[in-house]
Write a protein that binds this ligand. Structure first.
Ligand SMILES: CC(C)(COP(=O)(O)OP(=O)(O)OC[C@H]1O[C@@H](n2cnc3c(N)ncnc32)[C@H](O)[C@@H]1OP(=O)(O)O)[C@@H](O)C(=O)NCCC(=O)NCCS
Length: 179
């Protein structure tokens, strides 16, 4: 099968719109009271990357031109002031941001999972972080979620679990320091 092309941002609005569709297909929340709440949810999780770090958007585009998956990243979580406001638990793992300054979000269209697309998106971002001499990359997920194995297999092996408003959250870090 032909591998999808990895396109780095800033990306055309029509491509970003397709990434937003993948976001909603992958989101834990599927029901919204109205269009405004749906929009606010989208903005909370993707708005920072769209507005403040469009160069850290990575799209996987197979032949045919539909977006099969996307990654949004930030190379220095300490400077992303808006995320401290947008994401309620953002500061929960702040003490880890020194060793693992970069973070990412990745989602693949449900019909395109298990074909290596998520791995390629993560590799593209991690390689760019490495080239920029970033010390490490992290994700925040839930301890029981299927994606935990995906990240661990890709070297996100430093695990820190904490409770936020009675919900368990799992920080997974991948060090890029050369020993
Ligand atoms: C987690 C997620 C991003 C992974 O993306 P993906 O494209 O499915 O991942 P990959 O295909 O690269 O790797 C997944 C598995 O498929 C396997 N795989 C890789 N290439 C493959 C191929 N050509 N054919 C079949 N399987 C393949 C990998 O070995 C990997 O196996 P593992 O589970 O043992 O690690 C994706 O499943 C997803 O969007 N999940 C829902 C949303 C989510 O959890 N996002 C992360 C939020 S923190």
């Amino acid at each position: 099968m032909t591998q999808p092309q990895i396109v780095k941002g800033p990306v055309e609005p029509r491509l970003w719109q397709m990434a937003e569709e993948v976001f909603f297909l992958s989101a834990a929340t599927q029901q919204f009271d109205d269009a405004e709440k749906r929009r606010a949810f989208l903005d909370r999780w993707t708005g920072y990357y769209r507005d403040c770090e469009p160069q850290r958007i990575y799209l996987a585009i197979p032949p045919g031109g539909r977006v099969a998956g996307y990654l949004t990243g930030c190379m220095d979580s300490r400077t992303a002031e808006r995320l401290y406001r947008d994401i309620p638990y953002y500061s929960l793992f702040e003490d880890q941001f020194g060793a693992y300054p970069a973070h990412l979000h990745v989602n693949v269209h449900p019909q395109c999972r298990g074909r290596g697309i998520g791995s390629r998106l993560v590799s593209a971002f991690v390689e760019d972080c490495d080239a920029a001499h970033v010390a490490g990359v992290h994700v925040v997920t839930g301890p029981g979620l299927p994606n935990v194995g995906f990240y661990r297999d890709r070297g996100f092996t430093t695990a820190v679990q904490r409770t936020w408003r009675r919900r368990e959250l799992l920080f997974l870090g991948k060090s890029l320091r050369r020993s």
